[in-house]
Design a protein around this ligand. Sequence first.
Ligand code: IPM
Ligand code: MN
Length: 352
Amino acid sequence: MHRIAVIPGDGIGPEVIREGLKVLKAVSNKRGFKYELKHYDLGGGRYLKTGETLPDNILEELKGFSAIYLGAVGHPEVAPGILERGLLLRIRFELDQYINLRPVKLYRSADCPLKDKTPDDVDFVVVRENTEGLYIGSGGFLRKGTPQEVAIQEMVNTRMGVERCVRYAFELTKKRNKAKKLLFCGKTNVLNYAHDLWMRVFKEVAREYPEITTDYAHVDATCMWMVKNPESFDVIVTDNMFGDIITDLGAMIQGGMGVAAGGNINPEGVSMFEPIGGSAPKYAGKNVANPLAAIGACVMMLDYLGETRAAREAEEAVKKVISTRLKGLGAGKMGATTQEVGDMIVEEIGKT
Ligand code: IPM
Ligand code: MN
């Protein structure tokens, strides 16, 4: 029995998660596995009512689930950073979800803004460190509000944190069994302490994986190559901040935020799966958002829970629906509503 905590969250979160849960139900009926859901009302709505972002007792409860399924966090009436740090980053950090795994996969050539690129060309994974770097929220102001103000934002990289992320990336590259290429994306020419550590760890761990080809690119060049030659990537390992940035670019080349999914992974603990696109308040409640990113996150969760046949069937259904039934992948551009897209996926699952 899989116990899943559901946090629909803000904006389009509840609508797209609803479709993901529809798909979960369809594959579980078909494959005969059991699961139990517990919904948590967290996000901007709760914060505005009660001032709470993530009460301690809920955080403790979350540690007892098989997985967490999250919609989106971010509310136009809440100052930036409060929900992000108080809810999303707090779960990532407290549950030690040290890997943020973000596949970049194109399903249909027409959805890629890059000329002549096909699904064979855009199929790689970003392994983003998820608990350190510039995200730790350490620093401070000096003389705030004066012309002499100083703002310090500290970037922390630990040997342990870097090594476990790099090791995860090597193992994944081995398992993916594609080109067996792992690229470290950093900025060694400027971040001469932080990425010096990363580079030393990367080279050291590489010695244990002679079958894997390793490479390095600066983050700015990585952005250039992602547009020019996305087919050159198999797995990319990078720090928290760069991983955040390059996966939005990755989302665009795979067809947009509407299809980009991710997993916050603690290989030894509780992991959390989410569409990476955010709450998109302007589309909220309109039944126009693309639920495929949320459904893709559900597919990743199924894989993680060991329901691999169910995951493959759901993924095949996604491919089928994109290639045969949708006009586009952007919000309001699919030629179908959020709910209809979810129904189409369920229908395809029923056919196989
Ligand atoms: C993401 C988001 C978050 C991040 C924000 C909401 C804090 O952009 O999951 O990529 O920067 O990690
Ligand atoms: Mn982001």
